[in-house]
Design a protein around this ligand. Structure first.
Ligand code: 5GP
Length: 238
């Protein structure tokens, strides 16, 4: 593909225009960064594993009636998706306390809250994607109130679909980040890839981290973590 038609030159994904004007090609790379790009590396195979993980999850969600921007997997590193207007909002679901919430509230990692927690963050990397509440999201004009309600409903549904899928392959879905977008007809779709880059996966038996925290924490065997999630999901034929 000609790189002149690149729409978004990200680290772990690059977005290209597709032959059909209402779609884009999302291409997954082997690059990994953390701490707002201060830490960088290349993990051979990561693009293939993430594209496959994301495609399997998108198909599973669509099968259960969740609208997503995913159209189909094109090859090992690329998927075709609908072009959508993505809200400047990150939605984080937390089934187990970890990461920034653990630090912010002084709670031990691994604490299970009485019910899943949904955080909203303003997607603005120069501000560090700050935590906001629903009032901020509406007042800042990030989206309309009814769109936020729809996103909350879809987020709960996505979590309810994914938790048992991961449990069935011996993985606790600790937390994950998703974004949403508006289709040309005004409908709301999940517009994101769920991968070990954007979610925390812990092995149920051993507690082993199977996600980007291995890179953030210098635990080593980062590729092994991504490959393990990919291989276990593959057994489900999603
Ligand atoms: P935390 O708030 O602990 O940093 O992150 C919670 C979860 O959301 C983690 O699984 C983390 O990987 C994901 N997450 C948070 N912010 C981002 C982001 O800007 N990009 C991606 N890909 N994932 C994020």
């Amino acid at each position: 593909m000609d790189t002149s038609d690149i729409i978004h030159d990200g680290v772990s994904i690059k977005i290209y225009s597709a032959d059909e004007p209402d779609k884009v090609v999302i291409s997954f790379t082997d690059d990994i960064t953390a701490f707002y790009k201060i830490k960088k590396a290349v993990i051979n195979g990561k693009g293939v594993w993430c594209n496959n993980i994301s495609s399997m999850i998108s198909r599973a969600l669509q099968k259960e009636g969740v609208p997503t921007y995913f159209v189909r997997q094109l090859n090992d590193t690329q998927q075709l998706c609908y072009k959508v207007n993505v809200f400047q909002l990150e939605v984080i679901v937390r089934n187990v306390i970890a990461g920034s919430l653990s630090q912010r509230l002084g709670l031990a990692e691994g604490t299970v809250p009485a019910e899943p927690i949904i955080d909203l963050c303003y997607k603005n990397s120069s501000l560090g994607d700050p935590l906001i509440n629903e009032y901020h999201a509406i007042a800042l004009g990030l989206l309309r109130k009814e769109e936020l309600e729809r996103i909350k409903d879809l987020t709960v549904k996505i979590n309810e679909i994914l938790v048992p899928i991961f449990k069935s392959i011996g993985i606790t879905l600790v937390d994950f980040k998703i974004e949403f977008g508006r289709m040309p007809d005004g409908s709301i779709v999940m517009a994101d890839d769920i991968t070990p880059d954007s979610a925390r996966f812990w092995d149920i038996e051993t507690g082993e981290r199977l996600d980007k925290d291995r890179f953030r924490n210098d635990s080593g065997r980062v590729g092994y973590a991504y490959q393990t999630v990919y291989e276990r999901l593959k057994t489900l034929n999603l």
